[in-house]
Design a protein around this ligand. Structure first.
Ligand code: AR6
Length: 181
């Protein structure tokens, strides 16, 4: 695990499985209809239970499709967290992907803070099925976390974990956070 400080915010980057994280909130890499079929979303429902899909369906029924700047929130099912923040990253090729991914990450951080979470864990949103290049995504994470740590007032959040499934993605994120932008 590698640790980086952004003001009072600690960022931990490690290899692992998001669905096993003991944090206040995990962030899901969702689609806008919250149909959690594959990738990390499928893994979350497989481990946490179908109640997560049911609560997600209710959320979309009430609020409509999820946007980059307004993630959905559900309970954790049987996972070891208090909340799941369902964030929607951009699909590579749809346009303005960098701005959209930064927006997705910042809005998830804000949501975790609004929920008074002390810790939140992210996957590498958009870099799987959505095809976003990993290096550019790692730079978006760095940028979004830097901006959030400078802009946010009344910070409940203390720890941001970035949990990466494979060694290659882990190495790219470590390089980006070690050298800066
Ligand atoms: N823990 C941590 N990271 C994981 C895990 C896990 N258990 N499983 C996969 N990853 P993806 P996206 C990594 O495809 O690109 C879904 O169907 C994976 O290796 O989950 O935003 C949704 O419902 C990759 O690095 O998310 C949407 O339709 C990263 O998580 C769509 O995929 C993100 O990959 C979203 O695509």
């Amino acid at each position: 695990m590698a640790t980086y400080l952004f003001g009072s915010l600690t960022v931990q980057i490690e290899q692992g499985d998001l669905t096993r994280q003991k944090v206040d909130a995990i962030v899901n890499a969702a689609n806008k209809h919250l149909q959690h079929g594959g990738g990390v979303a499928g893994a979350i429902v497989a481990r946490g239970g179908s109640i997560i899909q049911q609560e997600s369906n209710e959320w979309v029924h009430l609020h409509g499709p999820v946007t980059h700047n307004h993630p959905a929130i559900t309970g954790p099912g049987s996972l070891f967290c208090k909340y799941i923040i369902h964030a929607v990253g951009p699909i590579w090729g749809e346009g303005a992907e960098v701005d959209k991914l930064i927006c997705t990450i910042k809005s998830s951080l804000l949501t975790a803070n609004d929920l008074k979470c002390k810790s939140v864990a992210f996957p590498a949103i958009s870099t799987g099925i959505y095809g976003f290049p990993v290096k550019l995504a790692s730079e978006c994470f760095l940028h979004a976390i830097e901006q959030f740590s400078k802009e946010a007032t009344l910070l409940f959040l203390e720890t941001v974990k970035i949990v990466l499934f494979d060694t290659g993605t882990l190495q790219v994120f470590l390089d980006t956070f070690s050298t800066g932008l």
